[in-house]
Design a protein around this ligand. Structure first.
Ligand SMILES: NC(=O)c1ccc[n+]([C@@H]2O[C@H](COP(=O)([O-])OP(=O)(O)OC[C@H]3O[C@@H](n4cnc5c(N)ncnc54)[C@H](OP(=O)(O)O)[C@@H]3O)[C@@H](O)[C@H]2O)c1
Length: 334
C-alpha cells in the first residue's frame, strides 16, 4: 500500500489552476518518536493556504514545489507508538493533501461526539470558531444593530451571519452571485447584495442598510472593505478576519478612508487569529451544536469525493464556486 499525495508542481504566477498540483505515490511514513501515524478521512479546503504558496506569512512557513499541499483534516489514528493516543481514535490534524501523515502527538486534538463527522471541520471547526470569536469577541454586536458579513455564503460567512441573526441583529450578506444571495435569504439573512466595484457595492449596501453598519465582518479587504467603511456608523466595529481579495490575485489597493473615516466615525478595526482563543472553543462549539440540533442554525457543506478532486475543489473555492464549507473525502468514515 502506498501513500497517495497531491504535491505542489509549481508556484502560480497568476490565478491558481489544477496544473499547479500533481498526484504522486510515496511510502507510508513511519512515525518517529512522539509522532502518530494518521489516516486522512476528510480534508478542509482553506483559501488562506493559497497564501502559503507565495511564501506564507505570520501564520506559518511557506510551501514550495515538491511539498505536499497543506490542509487541516479529520483523521483516524493508525499507529500511536507510546504517545498515549489509541489506534482508531478520530482526531483533527494538519494532515495535508495525502492519505497518511505522521503528525506530532501534541498537535492532535480529539474530534467531539457530534455527528456528522464533517461538522468538526465546518461549523464546529475552524470555520465556525472563526465566525463565533470574530463576531462575538471582536465585533460584539448587540440586538438591533446592523451586521454586514462578506464572503457570506462561505464556510465562515454563513455561520457568522446566522450567529448575528441569533443575536437579534439585522444581518446583511455580501456574496458573489444572486443564487448565493437566495440561499442565504433561506437561512434567515435579512438581505444580501452581490459584490461589485466599490461605488456600485456601496449603493447596494446603502439600500440594504438604511441605518448604516454597526459591525462589518470583513473576510475580503480591498474594495469591499472600502465600500463598507463609508457606511459604518459612529463607534462601528470592523472585524478583520481575512483578505480574500488578495489570496489569488495581486493585493488590490488598500481601502480609502483609512485612517480618515476611522477617526471621524470613531471606528475600531481589529484583527484576530482564531487559534488564539482555543481554550474557549468548547463552550462555543457546544452552543453551536445545540443550535444545529434544534434547527436554529443550518450548516452548509459541499464534500467532493476522492483526494484527486482536491485541486479542482480548491481552485473552485478561490473562484467563489462554493456554498458553505467545501472539503474533500479521502477515505470513508470508519
Ligand atoms: N482570522 C482567522 O483566524 C481566520 C481563520 C479562518 C479563516 N479566516 C478567513 O476567513 C475568510 C473566509 O474563509 P473560508 O474558509 O470561510 O472561505 P470561504 O468563504 O468558504 O470561501 C472563499 C470565498 O471567498 C469569496 N471570494 C473569492 N475571491 C474573492 C474576491 N476577490 N473578493 C471577494 N470575495 C472573494 C468567494 O465567495 P463570493 O464569490 O460569494 O464572494 C468564495 O466563496 C478568509 O478570509 C479566511 O482567510 C480567518
Amino acid at each position: 500500500v502506498s501513500n497517495r499525495q497531491i504535491v505542489i508542481a509549481q508556484i502560480p504566477d497568476g490565478p491558481i489552476g489544477v496544473d499547479h498540483f500533481v498526484a504522486c505515490d510515496a511510502v507510508i511514513p513511519a512515525p518517529g518518536p512522539g509522532e502518530v501515524l494518521c489516516r486522512t478521512i476528510l480534508v478542509s479546503l482553506d483559501p488562506v493556504n493559497r497564501g502559503l504558496m507565495r511564501g506564507g506569512g505570520d501564520y506559518r512557513g511557506g510551501l514550495g514545489p515538491g511539498d505536499v499541499m497543506a490542509g487541516f483534516g479529520i483523521a483516524e489514528v493508525i499507529d500511536a507508538g507510546d504517545t498515549g493516543w489509541v489506534p482508531g481514535a478520530l482526531v483533527l490534524a494538519e494532515t495535508g493533501w495525502q492519505q497518511y501523515a505522521a503528525v506530532p502527538a501534541g498537535a492532535l486534538s480529539a474530534v467531539g461526539p457530534q455527528r456528522p463527522l464533517s461538522h468538526a471541520l465546518s461549523a464546529l471547526g475552524v470555520s465556525g470558531m472563526t465566525a463565533w470569536f470574530g463576531l462575538h469577541e471582536i465585533g460584539r454586536p448587540v440586538a438591533g444593530e446592523t451586521v454586514v458579513v462578506s464572503a457570506a455564503a462561505g464556510a465562515t460567512g454563513h455561520v457568522a451571519g446566522q450567529l448575528a441573526r441569533l443575536t437579534g441583529c439585522r444581518t446583511v450578506g455580501i456574496v458573489g452571485s444572486p443564487a448565493k444571495a437566495e440561499a442565504l435569504r433561506e437561512l434567515g439573512f435579512d438581505a444580501c447584495v452581490v459584490r461589485d466595484e466599490p461605488r456600485v457595492l456601496r449603493a447596494r449596501l446603502r439600500e440594504a442598510c438604511p441605518d448604516g453598519i454597526d459591525v462589518y465582518f470583513d473576510s475580503v479587504g480591498g474594495g469591499v472593505l472600502d465600500a463598507c467603511l463609508a457606511l459604518m456608523r459612529r463607534h462601528g466595529r470592523v472585524v478583520c478576519c481575512g483578505t480574500l481579495s488578495a489570496y489569488d490575485s495581486e493585493p488590490p489597493p488598500g481601502p480609502r478612508g483609512v485612517p480618515g473615516l476611522v477617526i471621524s466615525k470613531r471606528l475600531r478595526l481589529e484583527g484576530f487569529v482564531v487559534l488564539d482563543h482555543r481554550d474557549r472553543w468548547p463552550a462555543a462549539q457546544q452552543q453551536i451544536a445545540d443550535w444545529v440540533a434544534d434547527g436554529r442554525l443550518t450548516v452548509l457543506e459541499e464534500i467532493d469525493d476522492g483526494l484527486h478532486a482536491a485541486p479542482q475543489a480548491f481552485v473552485d473555492v478561490l473562484a467563489g464556486a462554493n456554498l458553505g464549507k467545501r472539503m474533500v473525502r479521502v477515505a470513508p468514515n470508519p
